[in-house]
Design a protein around this ligand. Sequence first.
Ligand code: FAD
Length: 375
Amino acid sequence: MLDTQVTVIGGGPGGSAAAKKCAEQGLKTLLLEKKKLPREKICAAMLFMDVTVRQVKQEFGEIPSNAFADPPYLYGDGILHGLGPDIKMKICGGRKTPSILRSRFDYWLNEKARDKGVEIRDEARVTSITEERDSYIVEVEKEGKRQKLKSGFIIGADGATSMVRSYLYPDLKPRFTQCYQEWYEGDIERLYNLDRKVSHAFLPLEAGLPMEPTAMFQKGDHFVLDTDTKMGKAKELMAAGKRVIKNCGIDLHEPARKGAALIPSLYKELFSGTFVPARGNILLVGDAGGLLVPITGEGIGTAMMSGFSAAAAIVRAVESGGEAEKYYLENIDDMLSKFKQIYSLAPKFRENSTKGLEAWMSVMDEVWDLTDILF
Ligand SMILES: Cc1cc2nc3c(=O)[nH]c(=O)nc-3n(C[C@H](O)[C@H](O)[C@H](O)COP(=O)(O)OP(=O)(O)OC[C@H]3O[C@@H](n4cnc5c(N)ncnc54)[C@H](O)[C@@H]3O)c2cc1C
């Protein structure tokens, strides 16, 4: 006998979206999260795409005020500093962008899923999966004890370094963008006279460094410095960004906390079919499936979209008696074709990054505009 029909591994937006939808459809659903909830997630935590905001509102309701950061929105253009006069650029795609606190936002999604009947276990790390004839055995470690659970379907929503993905594709070697953040106490407007309602960028144009700005934005009583770049370069880029910041007359104090995270890049594999984010009744959603918008790395909305798609696929599989893989791949096909169109700008993005500021800014605008048109 099954312990649960659906096991969702991971309590981020992808996991909560999938679990909530499964439970709403009457499926017995268990969500396992390795960290204690509410959990932190290193992220810029902006809801860039209108479709994300619409989807959250439609499926979960109005975002509670305590899940917004202060300021709750960043407005349109960002400001690029340190290269002569300040330059306006579309850091947030040029529009008013909700700025959230991931721990609170994600926990609100967890609670909404729980309200629909999802059983949530936190501090419950999935250590292995084994396949039986018509089901899966999920091994979970909680409070030093191991437990085996029999499940009909698995949704791998376990993020960038997904163990479910490694189980399905032990030889797959994803490329990653490396992200590094520092959080500082204080308010950029009061401390440095910088507008706290926009994102600021400091671009070191130094030889040997990728053309990536260090972003600075306010989140409540802290402000964040954020760099996202190729593996092995994040800290170096942050140090160079801080030199630009210093040259702008901004004296940073010691950060209150620091952290690093990864963003997976699996586009080549997804488009060539060498990596398929599903097998049988195991479906990968969000970062686990490499399902983020190419180049911009927006992944909250697409994690939720793929989570809903996975739930819908499982419902169809239960009804038809077939496997969920086929339905899931049908459901995410449109999203993948949009990713493909945006990814086609990647060579131009790389090329323009070597051609100076204007060329780089113009391709970034193109990426944001295309994302807007497509999603
Ligand atoms: C620095 C940075 C900035 C970003 N900024 C933005 C942004 O502004 N806007 C945007 O849209 N996207 C942004 N992203 C991307 C976004 O954070 C992710 O795409 C999004 O969180 C993906 O959601 P998810 O549910 O797939 O995975 P996650 O949110 O990563 O959740 C996965 C969960 O699985 C849990 N887990 C992992 N392994 C196990 C296990 N074995 N057992 C049980 N649980 C497990 C983890 O603890 C985690 O809670 C950013 C990413 C980074 C790194």
